[in-house]
Design a binder for this molecule. Structure first.
Ligand SMILES: NC(=O)c1ccc[n+]([C@@H]2O[C@H](COP(=O)([O-])OP(=O)(O)OC[C@H]3O[C@@H](n4cnc5c(N)ncnc54)[C@H](OP(=O)(O)O)[C@@H]3O)[C@@H](O)[C@H]2O)c1
Length: 215
């Protein structure tokens, strides 16, 4: 889906990492895009707060955006039982439950509205965690599996929305610990390069694409 002049794009979790790198790239586009970014540090928007999900969904939908990209994700590192339940729940909420809720709200809204172009919503998965075990990141891994299951199922349902899943490999962001083995083995990719792939992916003719890093 080609980027149109003055499109409105909502970036969810773009204060650092892949989200911020994508925001920088989009800001440089000649189409003069209208970008709206949300995160805890940017404007106190905390996707783990179930009590605020309704309010968040209403705020995002009221923007009448053309595209949404959901970047936020994460979870505790270590053996499952060693973290407190509230930390496991945080991983589940931010990496799966809130994106699932938001997608549900968007699909309902999309059904009611006549739109010239369908919404596009892109979620960020994980080439590693969504398809195989990820020991010591078990809830994060479960959430990414669930996200992939949800998206690939809805992609096969009847909807006029353009739903996409972009699943990168390891990236050099604060999510990856400094002494982690993927860094030591040189597997962590520069986030600017991954952001470029993401923007290319969003602009490919669709609808309903998935992209999984092969490295
Ligand atoms: N890094 C990797 O190796 C890797 C590999 C594969 C997939 N991924 C996936 O790629 C995506 C981006 O990862 P990244 O490495 O760029 O992560 P990151 O550097 O940790 O950045 C995460 C972003 O999400 C926001 N965020 C986190 N929790 C939030 C919350 N509760 N409410 C609102 N915003 C929240 C953060 O902003 P605030 O702190 O301001 O809230 C930040 O802007 C994630 O979905 C991740 O699972 C990462």
């Amino acid at each position: 889906m080609k980027i149109q002049p003055e499109e409105k794009i909502v970036l969810l979790g773009a204060s650092r990492g892949l989200g911020l790198a994508t925001k920088f790239l989009l800001e440089q586009r000649p189409e003069k895009l209208n970008l709206y970014s949300f995160s805890r540090k940017l404007n106190g928007t905390d996707f783990s707060r179930r009590d605020r999900w309704d309010e968040y969904a209403k705020t995002f939908l009221a923007l009448e955006a053309d595209r949404f990209i959901y970047f936020a994700g994460g979870g505790p590192y270590g053996d499952y039982e060693k973290s407190e339940w509230k930390d496991q729940e945080w991983a589940l909420n931010v990496s799966f439950a809130f994106p699932a809720f938001l997608l549900h709200s968007l699909l309902q809204f999309n059904k009611k509205k006549e739109r010239a172009r369908p919404f596009q919503m892109t979620f960020i998965g994980s080439a590693i965690a969504e398809g195989k075990p990820d020991p010591k990141a078990s809830m994060y891994c479960a959430a990414k599996h669930a996200l992939r299951g949800l998206i690939t199922s809805i992609q096969k349902e009847e909807s006029s929305m353009d739903l996409r899943l972009f699943s990168p490999g390891y990236m050099d962001t604060s999510m990856l610990p400094l002494n982690s083995w993927p860094r030591q083995k040189g597997l962590a990719r520069k986030v600017e390069n991954v952001a470029e792939e993401l923007v290319n992916f969003m602009t490919q003719p669709g609808p309903n694409l998935i992209s999984v890093a092969m490295d």
